[in-house]
Design a protein around this ligand. Structure first.
Ligand code: NAD
Length: 259
């Protein structure tokens, strides 16, 4: 199986693990099992400590753990320089990052602030472009880049508001990047995950209602887990998905197909 995947000893950068509930942590577990070399990025010192503890507790040997604040071009550039110097070649990048101000997730969508809109876009969508640009010089053997999206990009999920717009931008960004990077054999896709209780999800009001709705009405009659998303990310990083780029892949128990 591992040979089919062609991920053993490949270097994958995972961005956006806050704690063991993070989707990025599910991804890390899936990739680690098949022998990928993992590089982790964190946003600030506080998250570094948490991440290092998590790695130690789970006996994960990281190739490198490096700071990267995606709101800051210099930070992204420095991070990828450090990664490139340490590992040489990068084969994959998992962008599992999003943020919006809590104020913009409450109240009426029409009251979204200009600054809050721009901040959500910058952190959650533009950052994928900046990350891809800095990773590209090290992706000399081709590879795969994955972003994490949500159904609120395509449909009105009333609680999702400004983040829905950011995810729409992210999904379209994936397509433009896929077109740009395809000639270098770098594939760019997004996974649209069903709702999962994580730190980021805490900012979404009535998140329990969203979880219940999926459980009751999705074809698989259950919510998805970090591991479900981790395994699909593994597939999208692997040789098995070599012909797929510019796609939004739903890992949501089929919820998105229902009327
Ligand atoms: P999480 O809070 O565990 O992870 C979000 C990560 O983004 C955190 O590690 C945080 O530090 C990081 N981050 C925020 N701003 C950053 C910045 N400026 N620079 C660097 N890192 C920054 O939550 P999660 O649910 O695991 O979210 C991961 C991704 O999955 C996000 O894109 C999210 O929108 C997406 N997603 C989540 C769900 C869900 O229900 N949880 C569903 C679909 C998609």
């Amino acid at each position: 199986m591992t040979d089919l995947l062609q991920l053993k000893d490949k270097t994958i950068v995972i961005m956006g693990i806050a704690n063991e509930r993070s989707i990025g942590w599910g991804v890390a577990q899936s990739l680690y099992k098949v022998g990928a070399k993992l590089v982790f990025t964190y946003r600030q010192e506080r998250s570094q400590k948490k991440l290092l503890k998590l790695l130690e507790k789970n006996e994960f040997e990281a190739e490198l753990v490096v700071e990267c604040d995606v709101n800051n071009d210099e930070s992204i550039s420095n991070a990828f320089k450090q990664i490139g110097e340490k590992v040489g070649t990068i084969h994959g990048v998992v962008h599992s990052i999003a943020f919006a101000h809590a104020a913009d997730l409450k109240g009426d969508f029409i009251n979204t602030s200009r600054e809050g809109y721009a901040f959500a876009q910058d952190t959650s969508a533009y950052s994928l472009i900046a990350v891809a640009r800095e990773a590209k010089p090290y992706m000399t053997e081709g590879g795969s880049i994955i972003g994490m999206s949500y159904l609120g990009a395509q449909r009105v999920i009333p609680e999702y508001k400004v983040m829905g717009i950011a995810k729409s931008a992210l999904e379209t960004t994936v397509k433009y990047l896929a077109s740009d990077l395809g000639p270098d054999n770098i594939r760019v896709n997004a996974i649209s995950a069903g709702p999962i209780r994580t730190l980021a999800a805490k900012g979404i009001p009535s998140f329990n209602d969203i979880l219940n709705e999926v459980k009751e009405t999705a074809p698989l009659r259950r919510n998805v887990t970090q591991e479900d998303v981790g395994d699909m990310t593994l597939a999208m990083m692997s040789h098995l998905s070599r012909g797929v780029t510019g796609e939004i892949i739903y890992v949501d128990s089929g919820y998105n197909i229902m009327a």
